[in-house]
Design a protein around this ligand. Structure first.
Ligand SMILES: [Zn+2]
Length: 255
């Protein structure tokens, strides 16, 4: 997410032509696109919590319609906040900007399929501890939709049957999971489940340390509190020495 902060405004200025037919698209046949998607999910008896991925239930073109629908509802929120979006030039396009930000950027991990990864066999039969990190992760809490920004470390203990994935893919997969409204404890578990299914290692460790803006910006306004969560699986759970080695290497990388 290295977008220069001014760039989105320039891009969005070109989108205003779309806005006119936004309502028409969003309620094709009088049914909001979110309702069509929700009905498919319910028919399949699947969950659609904030940190679930629902890409399987979204058809071509529907994400654009979803942006239009969210824009309409976000405009209603601004109206209820008694903000004069007609004469306040700063907020004229805020509803559309926020809708695109949610659907296409910060929560896109709900709406798009997992990034492609190539798993390759462990031909060298590597069985040494591998540590990947720190990976910078960005998310938002499910409770307030406030940003969560932190760092993630992954420890993998492969065996000869494990699949390996390219180094950059760890960050891509983590970003896919984190680009949803999250709860940190559940986020680390989702990252661990995803890596476990792709790699089938003997052991897997995931540690996340993050700042929660809902602590620093609102509520108790504690700027310094960080939350740390870890998941240990397989040999990391059984072997205290391996766990210690991982955690001490991690401390050294943080220093
Ligand atoms: Zn929160």
């Amino acid at each position: 997410m290295s977008n220069p902060s001014l760039l989105p405004d320039l891009v969005h200025a070109n989108d205003r032509d779309d806005v006119a037919d936004a309502d028409a698209v969003a309620t094709l046949d009088g049914v909001p696109v979110s309702q069509r998607i929700r009905e498919r999910i319910k028919a399949a008896q699947r969950r659609f919590h904030a940190n679930d991925n629902i890409a399987d239930f979204i058809q071509d073109g529907e994400l654009d319609a979803l942006v239009d629908e969210v824009q309409t509802k976000m405009a209603a929120v601004l109206s209820s906040l008694v903000i004069d979006t007609d004469s306040d030039h700063n907020t004229q396009d805020t509803a559309r900007r926020v809708a695109k930000m949610y659907v296409r950027e910060v929560f896109k991990g709900r709406y798009v399929a997992a990034p492609a990864t190539t798993e390759f066999p462990n031909v060298e039969h590597l069985n040494e501890l591998m540590i990947v990190g720190p990976i910078t992760v960005r998310s938002a809490c499910s409770h307030h939709l406030c940003p969560i920004v932190g760092q993630l470390w992954i420890g993998v203990m492969p065996n000869e049957h494990s699949n390996l994935i390219g180094l950059s893919k760890y960050a891509r997969l983590a970003d896919w999971v984190m680009s949803r409204p999250q709860i940190q404890e559940e986020a680390v578990t989702q990252v661990a489940d995803l890596l476990q299914s792709k790699m089938q290692p003997d052991g897997l460790a995931v540690v996340m340390e993050a700042d929660h803006f809902c602590m620093g910006w609102r509520g108790v306004k504690d700027m310094d509190s960080k939350m740390i969560n870890s998941v240990m699986r397989g040999s990391f759970l059984k072997d205290a020495n391996l766990r210690r080695e991982f955690l001490s290497l991690l401390q050294r990388k943080k220093a």
